[in-house]
Design a protein around this ligand. Sequence first.
Ligand code: BTN
Length: 246
Amino acid sequence: APGALEVHWELDSTSSELLRRGAAAPDLGFVLAETQSAGRGRRGRGWLSPPGLNLYLSCLKRFEQGFAALSGLSLAVGVTVLRALERLGIAGAGLKWPNDVLAGEGKLAGVLVELSGEYQGPCAAVIGIGLNLRLTPALRAQAGQPAGDLAGLAGGAPPDRNRAAAALVAALVEGLRQFEREGFAPFRDEYRRHDLLHGRPLRLSGALGEFDGTGAGVDARGALQVRLADGSLRAIDSADVTVRRA
Ligand code: BTN
């Protein structure tokens, strides 16, 4: 069944809502909340979700191929957010691997992709996007990391929230169909053009321990390529990445 867009005043988390529905959710469905009481970020972090200013959107998309075929999906979603901003006439945002959307140093949007189902059979991806239209000084202070908003990027008033939501939904409908047919390949050039880590000195930490290198693009699966001090290239599937200060 084709999907619909549901709008709620408050949910714990738009992504948790879709994960709970699981099999009962349509093949492609969207849930938007004005505010979230327990917004979730990547790596167990929270996502501040006060009402009135920003967008909290999740989408459930089913895939027949199984999640073995979904590498690069979360990067493709980052590219899709950039496409939506471009349609709103907002240029200048970049990508920090895997899928943070930044305006300068500040995080403009976060993407959380959660998979359920089978490795080589039917599965579903719940894709959550938090997009900052306008931040208050208090929110910036609470964010725990440099934050940015569309008002700052557009140099004044942010776009209308309904228009921004519609642009995101339209870009996702198209982008997810494209990903389903062709995988990450048609997104990779756009990713490269907006890759803020390219050529930058990086510190990586995670299950692999902590090490330094230089950003060297993303591979065909969406892994981050890092040039090590000995000149070799290492492909990273999962890590926390920060840009080192000189
Ligand atoms: C990140 O840590 O960068 C990802 C943040 C994702 C936040 C969005 S807001 C809509 C959806 N619902 C959630 O609870 N999280 C995602």
